[in-house]
Design a protein around this ligand. Structure first.
Ligand code: NDP
Ligand code: ZN
Length: 358
């Protein structure tokens, strides 16, 4: 089968791969819509994670089941399914310790394009289908559904990690698709004031629509200083990092209030061996600020819940899809576009009609 593989760092190309094999609990899926992620770009072009040559990237897909293992009960061949980016091994021992993302070791919950080939292929395998697939609802658009698998769940994970409460003052640093969903999540969790940091005009427009009350540009100087000025020196109750570099991490700590302030990171940092914490703004280690950082929530129930939020009008994530492509061979172009991030791009989706492909 054909796949878009990482040959070596900075080189992604079409390759031939063996058809994946399903174990008894697994399913083989043919993608009908794929979205490249900024994380694929970090891995391929910024040395984010070492992968063997020919490794297949991609972890955002809606697809059709073409084969199921003998112990899969709830899905059958022909079902249209939404595939979460995070597909934990629900039988791992760590699950009993509520460790859903790293139960079998670091990043073990991120199998697709993490520990094994991802969705940039004619076929891909999903582990534990009954617990990791969600049926594609008929009353929801493909782009809305596709945005739940990573963008919505990751942005919302940021809002959850930041423990946002009614009336909080929040800053979301970065308003690409992940940050935009963090803005939407912060609003849904009851934030009063939401600062959003970014510059691309379409992202700014959507950030306001999703709930941002103030827009800040990192190009106008130190963002911590800007937030502190706008909050009369108090800072935020919660800060979510969804973009930027190592220096941004320090600024996030600096803009968050002493005594109970939360810093939640969902960004994928490359290019730096350490993340700095400013000594004074961290109260010389005694500021009472909490720093957390994690992967998105994965699994079937999470995605079903997010799909329900679309169904009942709570979120409209499909609006983030700015660039649409048709045909499997367009995946390469879509991926490079995601790397180059033209000003008007938020998210790309590739739609595949296999009747037309053959
Ligand atoms: P984008 O590249 O689309 O957006 C990045 C945002 O950060 C933009 O708004 C950009 O501003 C802003 N930014 C850039 N530089 C700075 C800076 N110096 N200071 C402040 N803001 C800055 O990324 P995505 O939204 O697609 O993804 C965000 C991150 O989330 C990525 O690192 C991605 O890998 C990660 N991710 C993590 C997951 C997880 O499970 N934790 C899952 C999925 C993604 P501008 O408007 O100027 O471009
Ligand atoms: Zn991703």
């Amino acid at each position: 089968m054909k796949a878009l593989g990482l040959i070596k760092p900075n080189l992604v190309a079409w390759i031939e791969k063996e058809r994946p094999i399903a174990g008894p609990y697994d399913a083989i899926i043919r993608p009908i819509a794929i979205a490249p992620c900024s994380s694929d770009v970090h891995t391929a072009f910024e040395g984010g994670a070492e992968k063997p040559s020919g490794f297949v990237l991609g972890h955002e897909a809606v697809g059709e089941v073409v084969e199921v293992g003998e112990l899969v009960n709830e899905f059958k061949v022909g079902d249209k399914v939404v595939v979460p980016a995070g597909t934990p091994n629900w039988r791992a021992r760590g699950i009993q310790e509520h460790n859903f993302k790293h139960a079998g070791g670091p990043f073990s919950g991120l199998e697709l394009s993490g520990s094994r080939d991802g969705v940039f292929a004619e076929l891909f395998m999903v582990n534990d289908a009954d617990n990791n697939l969600a049926l594609m609802p008929e009353d929801i658009s493909i782009e809305d559904a596709l945005m739940t698998v990573d963008m919505v769940t990751t942005g919302f994970s940021g809002a959850e990690l930041a423990d946002i409460k009614f009336g909080d003052t929040v800053c979301v640093i970065g308003i690409g698709p992940v940050g935009l969903m963090a803005v939407a999540g912060a609003k849904l969790r009851g934030a009063a004031r939401i600062f959003a940091v970014g510059t691309r005009p379409d992202c700014v427009t959507l950030a306001k629509e999703y709930g941002a009350t103030d827009i800040i540009s990192y190009k106008d100087g130190n963002i911590a200083k800007q937030v502190l000025e706008l909050t009369s020196g108090r800072g935020t109750d919660a800060t979510i990092i969804a973009g930027g570099n190592a220096e941004t991490f320090a600024l996030a700590v600096a803009m968050t209030r002493f005594g109970g302030g939360n810093i939640a990171n969902i960004n994928y940092f490359t290019g730096s061996d350490y993340l700095p914490i400013p000594t004074l703004a961290f109260g010389r280690g005694m500021a009472g600020k909490t720093i957390k950082g994690d992967l998105c929530e994965g699994g079937r129930v999470r995605i079903e819940r997010l799909l329900n939020m679309i169904r009942y009008g709570r979120i409209q994530p499909g609006k983030m899809v700015t660039h649409k492509f048709y045909g499997f061979d367009k995946l390469e172009e879509a991926f490079y576009l995601m790397r180059d991030k033209p000003k008007d791009l938020i998210k790309t989706v590739v739609y595949i009609d296999w009747n037309k492909e053959k």
